[in-house]
Design a protein around this ligand. Structure first.
Ligand SMILES: *[C@@H]1O[C@H](CO)[C@@H](O)[C@H](O)[C@H]1NC(C)=O
Ligand SMILES: *[C@@H]1O[C@H](CO)[C@@H](O)[C@H](O)[C@H]1NC(C)=O
Ligand SMILES: *[C@@H]1O[C@H](CO)[C@@H](O)[C@H](O)[C@H]1NC(C)=O
Ligand SMILES: *[C@@H]1O[C@H](CO)[C@@H](O)[C@H](O)[C@H]1NC(C)=O
Length: 387
């Protein structure tokens, strides 16, 4: 029964007599860790990159990561940097024999997964000895750092066909300080072939889908439950705001399909990002993951807290709009000795059977490359079984 719940349509769930999330009674969920299993670091052949998020793709897993550099033949980290790349993997082994999971990168080191716009310091300069698209001559940098994967809206009808949408914030940084946020682009992410050899196409872009004065809905977290796509974005005070699309009548690339949760009600009018009534109490815009747990009949957020550490927190809600419980720490991982010891605590529902009985988490830790001083990234993978 539990396995049947995963990837079931709303109609199938109703046929099974299962209460849908939106009708579920409000009940308090208390996640308790039964055991944890360490799978070692993700294996990322030839590449050095951080903050990888994962999505169930066709019969495999698509990973979308942030800063990516080449690992040179002599083991040092290359100077060229791109702000986001993608890979495929299979699924983790049984916890009785926890093998390291390998991310396959058939495209090698090269272009951005989500391209930059012309005004984002293209093709890039070699300020500070770091080169690549987005790196400006004055030492500032444009980034497109994905907090989450594309949201899959369709699998099939042919083997290997997947349609998804990725939302990407455009940000201009000095160090890690944001100088300017100039809006959010929407990418239609498409696979038309089976297997791991071809990274999905992201060529169809709607620039400025959400403007600089709107929330970047879908950039922080997303999940499809009961035929609705729920899309969260960060507010200026570091909480989450929510939009939704009824996928039976609307599509993610058509603005009139969206409803926005404003002042406790759904409305078709897009709020300004400064509207004080859109922030959901007890949420956080720190990088994290939202998924739906049949075990708890709840939406679940898992993410980190203050930067930089490796603490993982969990919060649950009976509905996408809340009420969200105050986040509880449930795991504290080891940190590195680099300039950014650890960050990007994330969950990977894509690696589970969908029952909600367990989850996988990762975080990013760093140590300095002795030759270049660049941060070397490690991403430990841990399975957490719940009581
Ligand atoms: C931010 O970007 C907007 C739009 O490109 C531009 O008009 C503005 O001058 C920028 N502000 C800063 C502080 O760079
Ligand atoms: C937020 O968390 C606190 C502490 O658990 C709780 O008392 C409060 O009801 C929560 N707020 C909402 C809106 O759920
Ligand atoms: C930092 O961590 C790396 C990787 O774990 C290790 O090889 C190195 O010895 C550490 N350096 C210091 C100064 O502790
Ligand atoms: C590896 O090669 C790069 C590029 O030639 C160089 O910058 C780096 O210092 C080398 N690393 C070592 C450990 O020799």
């Amino acid at each position: 029964m539990a396995a049947c719940l995963f990837r079931c349509s709303a109609a199938a769930l109703l046929a099974c007599g299962i209460a849908l999330a939106s009708n579920a009674p409000s009940k308090v969920v208390t996640p308790v860790v039964a055991k944890t299993t360490m799978y070692g670091n993700l294996i990322d052949p030839g590449l050095n990159r951080d903050s990888c998020t994962s999505a169930l793709w066709y019969n495999n897993v698509l990973w979308v990561c942030r800063d990516t550099q080449q690992v040179l033949k002599n083991g040092s980290i290359g100077h060229n940097i791109v702000a986001n790349t993608a890979s495929f993997s299979g699924f983790p082994t049984n916890p009785s024999r926890p093998d390291q999971l390998t991310l396959l990168s058939p495209q090698g080191f090269g272009p951005l997964f989500y391209a930059f716009q012309e005004d984002e310091c293209l093709p890039g300069s070699c300020g500070d000895n770091v080169c690549g698209p987005g790196v400006c001559a004055d030492g500032t940098r444009w980034v497109g750092w994905p907090d989450t994967t594309p949201l899959v809206v369709r699998r099939g009808p042919l083997n290997g066909w997947v349609d998804a949408y990725g939302f990407m914030a455009r940000q201009h940084l000095t160090g890690l300080t944001v100088l300017n946020s100039t809006g959010n682009d929407l990418f239609h992410v498409i696979s038309r072939v089976a297997g791991e050899e071809v990274i999905p196409n992201t060529a169809m872009t709607i620039a400025n889908f959400w403007s600089a004065t709107e929330i970047g809905y879908g950039t922080a977290c997303h999940v499809i439950v009961d035929g609705y796509a729920y899309l969260w974005g960060g507010t200026p005070d570091a909480k989450l705001a929510l939009a939704r699309v009824d996928l039976s009548s609307g599509t993610l690339d058509y603005r009139p399909s969206y409803e926005f949760y404003v002042n406790g009600k759904w409305t078709r009018t897009t709020p300004l990002n400064t509207d004080p009534t859109i922030a959901l109490p007890n949420t956080s815009s720190k990088q994290g993951t939202i998924y739906y747990s049949p075990k708890w009949e709840s939406f679940v957020w898992i993410g980190g807290d203050s930067f930089p550490n490796a603490n993982a927190y969990i919060s649950t809600a009976p509905k996408a709009e809340g009420p969200w419980t105050a986040a509880q720490e449930f795991y504290s991982g080891t940190v590195g000795n680099g300039t950014l010891p650890a960050y990007s605590a994330l969950a990977h529902p894509s690696l589970t059977d969908g029952t909600g009985d367990y989850i996988f988490i990762t975080w990013t830790k760093t140590y300095p490359d002795p030759a270049t001083g660049f941060d070397v990234y490690e991403q430990p993978l841990v399975r957490v079984d719940w009581k």
